[in-house]
Design a protein around this ligand. Structure first.
Ligand code: SAM
Length: 353
C-alpha cells in the first residue's frame, strides 16, 4: 500500500518520532511546515507542541489519511494540508520545518528552505545517511563536495541522530540520519550572488582532487566558458575586446573533462543528489559548442586570440598572485578560500552567472 517511488517509508518507531519533534525545540507559538506527513506519525506529535502545522503532501491518499487522523478532534483546526509537490508549492510563512524527507527531493528541499526570504529558524530533517554526511562534511573529508560547501555557506548544519532502516515500514535500502539546519542570518549571511557562487563551485568540484591550476587552466571547456562570460561582461561595461589572432591554441589535455566523474566524488549517491550529473552535462554542452565553432571537428586546433590569452592571464593572476590557491585542491579548500577566489575572479571581470 506504500508507494516507495515517492519515498513512502513510514516511521514506525514512536521513540524516533518523539525524538525528532523534541529536537525541534518547538514553542507554543510556532507554525511548523511538515514535508510529506504520510499517515501523520510526526504530525500528531508536532500538533501537541506547536500552534499550527502546514503539511505538504504529494499523494492524495496520504493527505486523506493525515486529515482523517485529526478529524473531529480539537487539533483539526490547527492542521492545514496542502496537496502537491513541496518543491513546486509556494509556501506560506512558517517558523520551523520538520520532515522525514522523501529522499529524491533532499537537495532541492534544503536549498528551497535556505533560499526563502524568511528561512525557518530550525529545520529537523531526516535524510539518507550518505546525504547527511555530505551535508556536514568538512574540507579534507572523503565526502566533502559542492553540496557541503553550498549548504554550509548558508547554514549551520549538525548531525543529530542515526536512524536504522528497520525503524521504517517498508524499510528503505539505506540507513538514515537526522540533521538540524540553522540558517546564517544578517551579517553572518555572505553577500554574494547564489548563481555566481554556485557557478564557480561547479568548476572547482568537477574534479575535487585536482589542483585549482589544472581545473581552471588545463580544461578547454572551462577556458572557453570563461572567455564567453568575459566577452559578455566587456559588452556590458564598454570594454573593447581584442580579437586579433596571435597563433594557434596549444594542444590541451581534455581527456577526462567529459568523462564520468571520479568514483569517490559522487559514488553511490546518484539517486539522491540532484546535482550529481549536472556537472558533466554542463561540460558536454561546452564541448559541443567548441566542436560547432570548429565546424564539427573536436580535434582541430583553435585559433588563439588576444582575448583568449588575456582571460588565461587573468585566471593565472587570480590563482597564483591574488589567492595563492593554484596548488591547492578544491577538496581541501574551506569557504574562505572559495570566497577569496570568487572576489578575485570578479575583480578581474570574470563572472559565473
Ligand atoms: N512523515 C511520514 C512518517 O514519517 O511516517 C511519512 C514520511 S515518507 C518518508 C515521505 C512522504 O512524503 C510520503 O508520504 C510521500 O507521499 C511524500 N512525498 C513524496 N514526495 C513529495 C513531494 N515532492 N512533496 C510533498 N510530499 C512528498
Amino acid at each position: 500500500k506504500f508507494n516507495t517511488n515517492v519515498g513512502q517509508h513510514i516511521l514506525k518507531n514512536p521513540g524516533v518520532a518523539e525524538a525528532i519533534v523534541q529536537k525541534a525545540n518547538l514553542k507554543p507559538s510556532d507554525v511548523v511546515l511538515e514535508v510529506g506527513p504520510g499517515t501523520g506519525n510526526l504530525t500528531v506529535r508536532i500538533l501537541e507542541k506547536a500552534k499550527k502545522v502546514i503539511a505538504v503532501e504529494l499523494d492524495p491518499r496520504m493527505a486523506a489519511e493525515v486529515t482523517k487522523r485529526v478529524q473531529g478532534k480539537p487539533e483539526q483546526k490547527r492542521l492545514e494540508v496542502l496537496l502537491g509537490d513541496v518543491i513546486k508549492t509556494e509556501l506560506p510563512p512558517f517558523d520551523v520545518c520538520i520532515s522525514n524527507t522523501p529522499y529524491q527531493i533532499s537537495s532541492p528541499l534544503v536549498f528551497k528552505l535556505l533560499a526563502l526570504p524568511n528561512p525557518p529558524r530550525t529545520s529537523i530533517l531526516m535524510f539518507q545517511r550518505e546525504f547527511a554526511m555530505r551535508l556536514t562534511a568538512r574540507p579534507g573529508d572523503a565526502l566533502y563536495c559542492r553540496l557541503s560547501v553550498n549548504a554550509q555557506f548558508w547554514a549551520k548544519i549538525t548531525h543529530i541522530m542515526k536512524v536504522g532502516k528497520n525503524n521504517f515500514k517498508p524499510p528503505p535500502q539505506v540507513e538514515s540520519s537526522v540533521v538540524r539546519i540553522e540558517p546564517k542570518m544578517g551579517t553572518k549571511r555572505p553577500g554574494v550572488s547564489w548563481d555566481e557562487w554556485d557557478g564557480m563551485l561547479r568548476i572547482c568540484f568537477v574534479r575535487k582532487n585536482r589542483t585549482m591550476r589544472a581545473s581552471w587552466l588545463g580544461t578547454k571547456e572551462v577556458l572557453a566558458m570563461l572567455e564567453r562570460n568575459y566577452r559578455v561582461w566587456c559588452a556590458m561595461n564598454n570594454v573593447a575586446v581584442d580579437d586579433t589572432i596571435i597563433g594557434e591554441e596549444d594542444e590541451m589535455e581534455v581527456e577526462d573533462a567529459t568523462g564520468p566523474p571520479e568514483e569517490d566524488e559522487w559514488g553511490g549517491i546518484m539517486d539522491v543528489d540532484e546535482e550529481a550529473d549536472e556537472t558533466p552535462a554542463f561540460f558536454k554542452e561546452e564541448a559541443e559548442r567548441i566542436a560547432k565553432e570548429n565546424g564539427g571537428k573536436t580535434k582541430s586546433k583553435k585559433k588563439k586570440t588576444r582575448v583568449a590569452e588575456l582571460v588565461r592571464e587573468k585566471i593565472r593572476k587570480v590563482l597564483e598572485d591574488k589567492t595563492e590557491l593554484a596548488d591547492k585542491r578544491a577538496g581541501k579548500c574551506d569557504e574562505n578560500d572559495f570566497l577569496k577566489l570568487l572576489y578575485a575572479f570578479n575583480e578581474e571581470g570574470i563572472h559565473f552567472a
